[in-house]
Design a protein around this ligand. Structure first.
Ligand SMILES: [Zn+2]
Length: 322
């Protein structure tokens, strides 16, 4: 049975880009007669404002997106909040450490930058880890970290494997030529890294199809490597185009994207928002107004426009009364 999910991080309000990804993930699951799970990715708790999760779930429900399991309604794989699943992440890390597939690392960010030979292809990931602590006895690493007043981070012992995969939207995706590196699984502050948490959770929750934004396409080989290292079956992946600002920027707090809550407050109907999202994905003509459930029949990811969507804050379609 198909099991899809939407896994929002409630560090801000649900914007149209989040809403579009959620809608596409939901349509993919529902059009296959599958279950849909909402999981809250709130590991970065310091950045989660009070009430943000409830608002986000309420905005999704207002759009007509429903879920069978989630933090508000429970389910067989509860809890559905990452902040409540720490023990599961630690278990997975312990298994990797015991199997020699992970190692402790006492390096600070500055240490890694200083020791790195060549910058990693992706700036977001920072420089490629040069292997400083690999092969060093763990006790020595722990002592070095303790001397600096912290616990060691835990890194995957990357094997340099090149992980190619086939994405349901992008088709064949070639591996990073550098292969799988020694990426962080648990930070020095004890927080599980996104890569580890998402793999542990999707596997534990029986997710068969991961539909998410294009910005995570580059994370997928690392996650596939983790599925392999943990002996878990990987889901199918589909990375859908993001919504960009008219100047081509990703929606982020800095770009002040219009939140679904703002549209609601302005009296915009959910059918107008769903229609705008559907037309941005090439599923309906511009100006369409319809309920999310009206898009389920006949939906396929093969039908969506492969280009990034541009949401113009001044688009008439998102004004009330149109
Ligand atoms: Zn290190």
């Amino acid at each position: 049975m198909t099991r899809g999910r939407y896994a929002p991080s409630p560090t801000g309000r649900l914007h149209l880009g989040n809403a579009r990804t959620a809608l596409l993930a939901w349509l993919d699951a529902r059009s296959r007669g599958g279950a849909f799970v909402t999981r809250v990715e709130d590991l970065d708790r310091a950045r989660v404002p009070a009430g943000a999760e409830a608002q986000m779930l309420d905005d999704l429900a207002w759009l007509g997106i429903d879920w069978d399991e989630g933090p508000d309604r429970g389910g067989p794989f509860a809890p559905y909040r990452q902040s409540e699943r720490t023990a599961r992440y630690d278990d997975a890390i312990d298994r990797l450490l015991a199997a020699g597939r992970a190692f402790p690392c006492a390096c600070s960010r500055a240490d890694v930058a200083r020791a790195a030979q060549a910058p990693h292809e992706s700036d977001e990931d920072g420089p490629r880890y040069p292997g400083t602590c690999r092969g060093v006895p763990p006790d020595q690493v722990r002592a070095r970290a303790a001397a600096q007043g912290r616990a060691p981070a835990i890194r995957l012992a990357g094997d340099g494997a090149r992980v190619d995969f086939t994405d349901e939207v992008h088709g064949p995706v070639a591996a990073d030529p550098g292969g799988i590196d020694d990426f962080v699984l648990r930070r020095a502050d004890g927080t599980a890294a996104y890569q580890l948490a998402v793999v542990v959770d999707d596997a534990a929750m029986g997710i068969t199809r991961v539909v998410r934004g294009d910005d995570l396409l580059r994370s997928t080989p690392r996650q596939l490597a983790l599925y392999g290292a943990l002996g878990l079956a990987a889901p199918a992946f589909a990375h859908v185009p993001l919504v960009l600002t008219p100047s081509g920027e990703r929606l982020a707090k800095r770009t002040r994207p219009e939140a679904v809550a703002d549209l609601r407050a302005r009296g915009v109907a959910p059918e107008a928002v769903v229609g705008a999202l559907a037309s941005s994905a090439g599923l309906r003509v511009p100006g369409a107004q319809l309920a999310a459930r009206d898009l389920v029949q006949g939906f396929s990811l093969a039908l969506i426009d492969r280009r990034a969507a541009i949401i113009d804050a001044n688009a008439a379609i998102l004004r009330p009364g149109t």
